[in-house]
Design a protein around this ligand. Structure first.
Ligand code: MG
Length: 268
C-alpha cells in the first residue's frame, strides 16, 4: 500500500517474506563471520557468502548492482563502505566491515557487521561498541508515531557524545521489493539534512545503518570508484540491520551481531 508520496507499508504476507529473507541473511552472516581471522582474505569471505546465498536458493543483492563485482562489501580499517573483496590476508588488529544483501522470493534484506580481526586496540574496540550501540538506539527510535529523523538524531547524539564523526554522504534506506527505497534514513539531523521527515507507520521495512568514524565525518572515494574511506585515514565502523516497524515496536529481521565482549578486545 502506498502511503502519500513516500511511505510504503507492507501487507502481512509481504512482511512474512521480508522475515524469511532476513532470517536467511542472518544465517549467512553467521557463516561468514565465523571465517574472519588473521590470514583469511576478504575474497575467501566473499566466496563463503556467495555459496551460502545461492545454495539456499536466494540471490546476492549486491553482485552486479550498478556494476559492483562481489557478493559482499568488505571495508577494512579506514574504509567505511563499498570495499571490494581482495586476496590480501587480514591481519591481527584490523577491523573488517562486512555489508551484504540478498533477495529471497522477491524481497530484499540488507545487513552489515564490523568484526575485529583477532585482538584490536582499546580505541578501536570502543569505536565498534559505540557504533553497535548507535544502531541499537536508531532501531529503538523506529517506533510507530515517531518521525523518520528521530532515528538519525538518536544515532548522532550518541556518536558525537563519544567524540566520533557521523558519516553524512551515505545513509540508511527503506527496503522491500527493491534494495534502496525512499525515503533515505540519514544518521544525522541538522542544517545539512533537508530530507523528508514523515511519521513512521506499521509495515515499513527499513535498513538502519550508522557509519561512524573515529575522527572526521568527511570521506573520499578511492581510484577504484567504489571504496569510501575516511578523509583523515582513521578507522570507521558500520553496523546495519533490516527491521520492520510494527505496532509492537521495531522487529529486527537479520539475526544478531556477535557479542563484542567475547572477542578479546584487549590491548594489542
Ligand atoms: Mg543498506
Amino acid at each position: 500500500m502506498r502511503l502519500g508520496t513516500q511511505l510504503n507499508a507492507l501487507s502481512p504476507q509481504e512482511m512474512d517474506r521480508m522475515r524469511a529473507a532476513g532470517r536467511l541473511l542472518g544465517q549467512v552472516f553467521d557463516e561468514v563471520l565465523a571465517a574472519v581471522a588473521p590470514e583469511a582474505t576478504t575474497a575467501d569471505l566473499d566466496r563463503i557468502a556467495y555459496e551460502a546465498i545461492t545454495g539456499a536458493g536466494a540471490k546476492p543483492a549486491f553482485l552486479n548492482y550498478r556494476g559492483f563485482p562481489a557478493t559482499i562489501c568488505a571495508s577494512v580499517d579506514e574504509e567505511i563502505v563499498h570495499g571490494i573483496p581482495n586476496h590480501v590476508p587480514l591481519r591481527e588488529g584490523q577491523i573488517v566491515g562486512i555489508d551484504m544483501g540478498l533477495i529471497l522470493n522477491e524481497f530484499y534484506s540488507d545487513r552489515a557487521t564490523t568484526m575485529p580481526v583477532g585482538r584490536v586496540s582499546p580505541q578501536v574496540a570502543r569505536l565498534l561498541r559505540v557504533t553497535k550501540e548507535c544502531l541499537q538506539r536508531g532501531i529503538e527510535a523506529a517506533q510507530v508515531g515517531n518521525r523518520l529523523q528521530d532515528i538519525g538524531r538518536a544515532v548522532q547524539t550518541l556518536a558525537e557524545a563519544e567524540g566520533f564523526g557521523v558519516v553524512r554522504e551515505y545513509s540508511g534506506h527503506c527496503i522491500g521489493r527493491q534494495l534502496h527505497e525512499e525515503p533515505q534514513i540519514p544518521n544525522f539531523v541538522g542544517r545539512e539534512m533537508r530530507g523528508p521527515n514523515p511519521r513512521l507507520v506499521a509495515g515499513m521495512a527499513m535498513a538502519i545503518e550508522p557509519m561512524i568514524n573515529q575522527g572526521t565525518w568527511k570521506t573520499r572515494i578511492l581510484d577504484d570508484r567504489w571504496t569510501v574511506v575516511t578523509a583523515d585515514g582513521l578507522p570507521s565502523a558500520h553496523f546495519e540491520h533490516t527491521i520492520l516497524v510494527t505496532e509492537a515496536g521495531p522487529e529486527i529481521l537479520t539475526g544478531e551481531h556477535p557479542s563484542l565482549q567475547e572477542m578479546e578486545l584487549d590491548t594489542v
